[in-house]
Design a protein around this ligand. Structure first.
Ligand code: ADP
Length: 705
């Protein structure tokens, strides 16, 4: 082979080698770039991960510091109680570090637990009392929930807040409240005791003044005695109000539940206050819805007390016009509305007047007196009786108090019987506010045709223009005018004439018949009396009420012996004098034991029999209740024919006192001071036992109705 060939071959080999080398170099460069790019990507990803890791670490730190900073206790446990997480506050409670708690089952010693709430999401809220590591008592309020875990059983998480100081202040508040309540109770007890004690000497003062007023006195002395009695009664009613208020406040008011006639009760209250209203020239009227059941169940004494307060206020504050009492029945509730044409009450005082010692304005309070307790008592009593009161008033025009009382009907419900007077034409001449409208309404219920006017001149015109069957004239139009109307009515052929008059005007008016009238109705007119008058068209009516005057009662009694048990000398003197004035022969026992001894002597025939016993309840040595029980036992043992009528006398006649007296064998329980009329009535019954049958009712009840 020639060297040329060799050279060519060598060149080719070299060229190939160079090409391979170039290719290899190219390939190497390309991979290197790739690797470099990859490395750069990886570096970047690492950096991003580092950033994220940092951010997560920082966020966790932030949350951890947040959890630690807020001071709540946090702990998580596995179902077997092992701690998987505890914050510093929880660890501090156990006196250790969070790390030391991980995996342990350590827990504080709980002294008491109370469940407060179970929420819909399963979270349990409860309080625990426990001792911390220093032995100090702590209250923790926990919220316990379950935290689901992706790779295992649920964890129980508790988040707790230390409420020790809140619980302590709540306990202090409770203690302060209990303290205030007991101080309030003590105040009420004090008031009740003090006012009770005040009554005894006061009864002596009033009673002596009563006795004094029966003796021969000159005009000046009469004025002084009258002032003494008025002041005594004012003080007595004030003391009674304070006593009542104290009782209601102390929650010691017990209510009776007995059948009573609301209409008779309200009419009784109106009659009681009628003289005062009459003195002021006010008309006073009642109107009863015939739908009212005849007997309702409730506490009649409390209902009367409420009505006396409301009607008494209306009469007290009203200077001109009148006062009306409407009784209604709706949906099982009685409604009593007391309305007046008085000064009214400013809107901003309407709720304050029901607070104790509050009066609408001080000037009227000074003029009219009063304690500011009446409405406070009413307001507190009513809810106890299932009732409520509302007031609306227009200053300058009048006020209207509405009492609603939910009361059960006693006995079977009966339909109201309203007489049918269709076709009867009635002319009513009266301008009495409320009364004129009430009378017209009652008469209108019967179907009668009512014409009403306040002007006698108009009445004359009406008498001539229309046929009139019944003429009713209120004497407040003037006696002369009334007579003229009667004469005119007679001339016009009026079938029946009724005159309405007040008991006071009646005296000055003379006999109704002489004035051309044939009947009269005593004001305040009772709805039933009016209906009766319209019904009995043929018969002239007489006075609708008769009362036993004390002076007559004295004549009825032929010196019956009355056993009087009373430890207080003044009260005894008072009762003895009163009994003597009633014609009785009082025999005084200074305590229950003496009374029993005297009674035994009478029962055994050693002394003359007693007609009546009047016993104070509270007496030393032996009280009135025990004495009554002993006397009753002895009467049974001796099989006596007529047991002695026995009356208990007490300063507080509450329902309980009354029940206790009746249970001991008394026939009645009367309040101090003893009212002469009540004693007289009992004397009369004692001497005429036929009247003392249960159907006749006890004098106390008759008196109260
Ligand atoms: P008192 O009558 O002893 O002052 P009450 O508690 O019965 O106390 O009444 C509180 C106040 O409410 C009265 O002082 C009076 O200002 C006002 N008041 C009550 N009833 C009436 C009424 N019918 N008309 C005007 N004011 C009244």
């Amino acid at each position: 082979m020639s060297s040329t060939v060799l050279l060519v071959v060598l060149c080719v080999v070299l060229a190939v080698a160079a090409a391979i080398a170039t290719l290899a170099a190219w390939l190497l460069t390309r991979d290197h770039r790739r690797l470099e790019a990859r490395a750069a990507d990886l570096a970047e990803a690492t950096e991003r991960l580092n950033d994220q890791l940092f951010a997560v670490t920082e966020s966790e730190e932030r949350h951890r510091s947040l959890i630690e900073a807020q001071g709540d206790l946090i702990v998580r446990r596995t179902p077997d109680g092992r701690i998987t997480y505890a914050n510093r506050a929880y660890a501090t409670l156990l006196g250790t570090s969070p790390d030391a708690l991980i995996g342990s089952t350590e827990a504080p010693i709980v002294q008491a637990t109370s469940l407060i709430e179970m929420r819909g999401d399963g979270t349990r809220l409860f309080d625990e009392r426990m001792a911390d590591v220093g032995g100090e008592e702590r209250w923790i309020s926990w919220a316990e929930s379950h935290v689901p875990m992706p790779d295992g059983p649920h964890l129980t998480q508790r988040v707790g807040r230390d409420v020790t100081s809140r619980v302590a202040s709540e306990q202090q508040l409770d203690e302060a409240l209990a303290h205030a309540n007991s101080a309030n109770d003590a105040k009420s007890r004090f008031l009740a005791t003090v006012s009770h004690e005040f009554r005894t000497p006061l009864n002596g003062i009033i009673g002596m003044a009563d006795l004094l007023s029966d003796t021969r006195l000159d005009a000046e002395q009469t004025t002084y005695v009258r002032a003494l009695r008025t002041s005594g009664h004012a003080l007595l009613s004030l003391i009674e109000e304070i006593l009542d208020f104290a009782k209601v406040e102390a929650g010691r008011t017990t209510l009776s539940e007995e059948p009573f006639d609301l209409v008779a009760l309200a009419e009784g209250v109106v009659e009681l206050l009628a003289p005062k209203a009459h003195d002021k020239g006010l008309s006073l009227a009642t109107l009863a819805d015939p739908a009212l059941p005849p007997l309702l169940m409730g506490d009649p004494d409390r209902v009367r007390q409420i009505l006396i307060n409301l009607v008494g206020n209306a009469v007290k504050f009203t200077e001109t016009g009148g006062v009306g009492v409407r009784l209604g029945w709706q949906d099982g509730a009685a409604r009593v509305i007391v309305e007046d044409t008085g000064p009214g009450i400013p809107a901003d005082r309407l709720s304050a007047i029901f607070d104790e010692f509050e009066q609408a304005d001080e000037t009227t309070a000074r003029t009219h007196g009063g304690s500011g307790l009446g409405l406070a008592i009413v307001k507190r009593l009513l809810p106890l009786m299932g009732g409520e009161i509302a007031v609306d008033s227009q200053p300058g025009k009048g006020s209207r108090f509405t009492v609603t009382l939910t009361l059960r009907v006693a006995g079977a419900a009966s339909e109201a019987v309203i007489p049918d007077h269709r076709g009867l034409s009635v002319l009513l001449v009266s301008h009495a506010p409320f009364e004129a409208a009430y009378l017209a309404e009652i008469a209108g219920l019967t179907g009668a045709l009512i014409r009403q006017t306040g002007e006698p001149a108009d009445a004359q015109g009406m008498l001539l223009a229309h046929p009139v069957d019944v003429l009713m004239v209120d004497l407040s139009v003037g006696a002369e005018r009334a007579r003229e109307l009667a004469i005119l009515a007679r001339a016009a052929g009026v079938g029946r004439r009724i005159i309405i008059l007040s008991p006071f005007e009646r005296r000055s008016f003379g006999a109704p018949a002489a004035a051309g009238f044939d009947a009269f109705l005593v004001k305040p007119v009772r709805g039933r009396s009016l209906l009766a008058q319209l019904r009995d068209r043929g018969q002239p009516a007489g006075a609708e009420t008769t009362s036993l005057a004390p002076e007559n009662a004295g004549k009825l009694v032929e010196r019956p012996r009355v056993l009087l048990a009373e430890d207080n000398e003044i009260n005894a003197l008072l009762a003895r004098r009163t009994l003597e004035k009633l014609g009785a022969d009082p025999v005084w026992a200074r305590n229950g034991q003496e009374a029993v001894d005297l009674m035994m002597a009478a029962l055994s025939g050693e002394t003359a029999p007693f007609a009546l016993g009047v016993f104070d309840v509270r007496m030393p040595i032996m009280d009135g209740l025990k004495a009554a029980r002993m006397i009753r036992d002895e009467e049974v043992a001796m099989a006596v024919m007529h047991r002695l009528p026995l009356i208990a006398v007490t300063a507080n006649v509450s329902a309980e006192d009354r029940q206790a007296a009746m249970a001991a064998g008394f026939d009645d329980c009367l309040p101090k001071p003893l009212v002469r009329d009540q004693l007289a009535l009992w004397l009369k019954l004692a001497l005429d036992p036929a009247q003392a049958s249960p159907a006749a009712g006890t004098p106390a009840k008759e008196h109260a109705a």
